[in-house]
Design a protein around this ligand. Structure first.
Ligand SMILES: C[S@@+](CC[C@H](N)C(=O)[O-])C[C@H]1O[C@@H](n2cnc3c(N)ncnc32)[C@H](O)[C@@H]1O
Length: 436
């Protein structure tokens, strides 16, 4: 059905959403064209206007709902316009099934490898209050009040909040206090990163706050940093320029091991689910008693391999970020682990050199950023480790990279971990065994 919008004269169409694609894009078909509608879910009948028409497909804007999907649930979040999550309004069970379909689709379409039988998406231990790190957008207003929040859906406009339903409770206690602040500094925008340390414990948890001014060397927000530092929950607060020599703080202690990080550093945000991923990796590696020499590429602060070294394996880790490597080595010393070396370097350069030197590893663990490691796959293949465990936060680049291993490796299992409920993101671990 096509109608003219009385105000803007942009044609409006009513369509039925049949499926959902990666990116939380509802898919509708209209007169032979595939139309992507952000945020819409299967079962929705929506009124849309086309924003960009590419011929066979088009991107549209959701104007209103004619009928809401039976899969709709009442969001636990009060900020309807917030763009932080895409699926607060969708049933969690369905979210898991959609994420599974993204992975299956990527393997079939891009990887040209069918998903092994037994593929599953493991739900997050908690649907809400799971994030131990949040990046907020903030404003100091003319009257000195401070607002923090996220961007509005599909805009660069800020929505200010005083709680985020997916953030850990201690981060919300800090956010609530920020929204009551009043400071005498020039009005401006900024970014702010909150991180929970000694996490998942109500008794010991503490927060670090990093304030990123728009202009890197602008010191005018020092007053804000000072006020934040006085909060009972805050263990460290500073401007982003102070991150060159950050303090190393225990992020968590799990199964007798302390994991370290520093303010402003990457660490998995869903710690409870991350523990399940670590256990999964540990089980996969220790299945083969002969597997002793482990290479951990893109090792961060040693999240996935410290436990392997503590279990007696010889671990070598490579990571580009020197601060993450400092945190990893801090943990090695603190936990008195001996058979573990973490080095700063480019993972792909390391792979290529290691191949030339014909170095051998029993298991290679890779956990690259979203872009994957296309350029490194031929070296990884040539290295012929018995087992490869590829952990990825993007099913499309994962499937693309695994395609390179198809002839030499058997895809033993694929498991997804729902690290990010209420968003379309999904973490996936693929286990590959060298063909004999
Ligand atoms: C998804 S994180 C995984 C970190 C770690 N395995 C974990 O579980 O916390 C990807 C890591 O790759 C690092 N990285 C990005 N590009 C890199 C490169 N070319 N060489 C080495 N490390 C890189 C990032 O700094 C980041 O720590």
């Amino acid at each position: 059905m096509i109608e003219r919008n009385e105000v803007s004269d942009v044609p409006e169409i009513t369509v039925d959403i049949e499926k959902v694609a990666y990116g939380a894009l509802g898919i509708a078909r209209h007169e032979g064209q595939t139309i992507f509608v952000p945020g819409a879910i299967p079962g929705d009948r929506v009124v849309i206007s086309i924003e960009s028409d590419k011929g066979r497909y088009a991107h549209a804007k959701l104007i209103s709902y004619a009928v809401k999907s039976p899969l709709t649930q009442k969001p636990s979040c009060a900020y309807e316009s917030c763009g932080g999550c895409q699926w607060q309004h969708a049933s969690y069970r369905e979210q898991l099934s959609w994420k599974g379909s993204f992975v299956a689709d990527a393997f079939e379409r891009i990887g040209k490898i069918p998903l092994p039988i037994g593929y599953k998406v493991l739900p997050s231990p908690t649907e809400l209050n799971y994030r131990n790190r949040v990046l907020l957008r903030g404003t100091v207003h003319k009257d000195g009040s401070v607002g923090v929040g996220f961007f509005k859906k599909a805009t660069k406009e800020q929505v200010h909040i005083d709680r985020c339903m997916i953030a850990r409770p201690i981060l919300n206690r800090v956010i609530e206090q920020i929204s009551r602040l009043n400071i005498s500094v020039k009005p401006q925008k900024f970014r702010m990163e909150l991180q929970e340390f000694e996490a998942l414990s109500e008794q010991t948890a503490q927060v670090s706050v990093v304030v990123h001014p728009v202009l890197k060397h602008d010191l005018s927000l020092e007053k804000l940093v000072e006020k934040l530092g006085a909060f009972h929950e805050v263990i460290w607060s500073g401007l982003s320029t102070e991150l060159k020599n950050p303090p190393f703080i225990p992020l968590e202690t799990y199964q007798g091991l302390s994991y370290f990080s520093a303010p402003g550093q990457f660490f998995q945000v869903n710690l409870a689910h991350n523990r399940q991923l670590r256990e999964f990796v540990q089980q996969e590696v220790t299945k083969d008693e002969q597997a002793n020499k482990i290479l951990d590429l893109f090792c961060g602060s040693g999240n996935l391999s410290l436990g392997l070294a503590a279990a007696g394996k010889t671990v070598f880790g490579v990571e580009a970020n020197p601060i993450a490597i400092k945190a990893a080595n801090y943990a090695v010393t603190y936990n008195r682990i001996e058979n573990c070396t973490y080095k700063t370097g480019d993972a792909l350069k390391y792979l290529s050199k290691s191949c030339k030197k014909q170095e051998q590893f029993d298991v290679v663990l890779v956990d690259p950023p979203r872009a994957g490691m296309k350029e490194g796959m031929s070296f990884l293949r040539a290295m012929t480790p018995k087992k490869i465990i590829y952990v990825s936060c993007d099913p499309n680049t994962l499937a693309r990279d695994l395609r390179e291993l198809k002839d030499d490796y058997h895809l033993e299992s694929v498991t997804s971990f729902d690290f990010f409920p209420h968003t379309y993101h999904v973490e996936t671990a693929a286990v590959l065994q060298l063909k004999s």
